[in-house]
Ligand binder design. Sequence first.
Ligand code: FE2
Ligand code: FE2
Length: 288
Amino acid sequence: MRTLFHISDLHFGPPHLPRVSRGVLEHVERHRPDLVVLSGDLTQRAKPEQFRAARAFVDQIQVPVVVVPGNHDVPLWRVWERVLDPYGCYRRHFSPELEPVYRDEEILIAGVNTAFGWTFKDGRITTRRLLELAELFEQTPESVFKVVVAHHHLIPPPNFGTQRVLGNAYEAIDLFSRAGVDLILSGHLHQAYIGSSEEFYPQGRPPVVILHSGTTTSNRGRGGERERNTCNWIRIDGESLVVSHLRWHRELDRFAEQSRHWYPRQERVPYTLEGLKGGGVPPMPTTL
Ligand SMILES: [Fe+2]
Ligand SMILES: [Fe+2]
């Protein structure tokens, strides 16, 4: 049994909401998850002081925290820095690790950096990272619950303005569904969503659950989450996955459950690398 607290899009800087941010720490303190997963956009403008504030926030969390960068963690206006050293500020002031991996006997969490320069506005998963993940999953026992965390989304949620997804999304989903990945976590859209890979990329395999968090601590919520703050509470055991969308309630001064979603853990087909390294994945446009 593992519990994860999935938060995203903190946006330290002008949009950040200090009271809600303290509410995240209070929630962790009260409910004690095994892990916190933070799916990027720690800052608003990738400034040293914003990364230091994000670091101070994460340092107050008394359980392991798995973090990947978002597009806002790469400088937008500091052009030379963006070209020559896009992650320098992140590495110096937040963490040297861009694609962390956490594993124990029950769970594997693999971080993917999807935030690149301006040529990939909607993010991208590199082929290099896909091949690394393929090996990682192959070495991981089937019984271990496998989670991927990336800032950008791999599917276009219904009722959302843009239908674009990150580069190599189809190839990534193809790998993840073959490899028995159970859950993909992301942020970026500032709107919570839960769905399944089979709804968007039907392959006749056990579906991968796809879970988005809204912005947990900023005033940048979009669509139905304008001026709202959301995050996800995830319970995993050998047989099922239970996800609660949480929302910040001003009147309660805390996060509270908004909806609950239950998934049985699917039986997984034994997985090998054969066919993946040889480019066996059929191409499909990622702009739907
Ligand atoms: Fe964001
Ligand atoms: Fe983003």
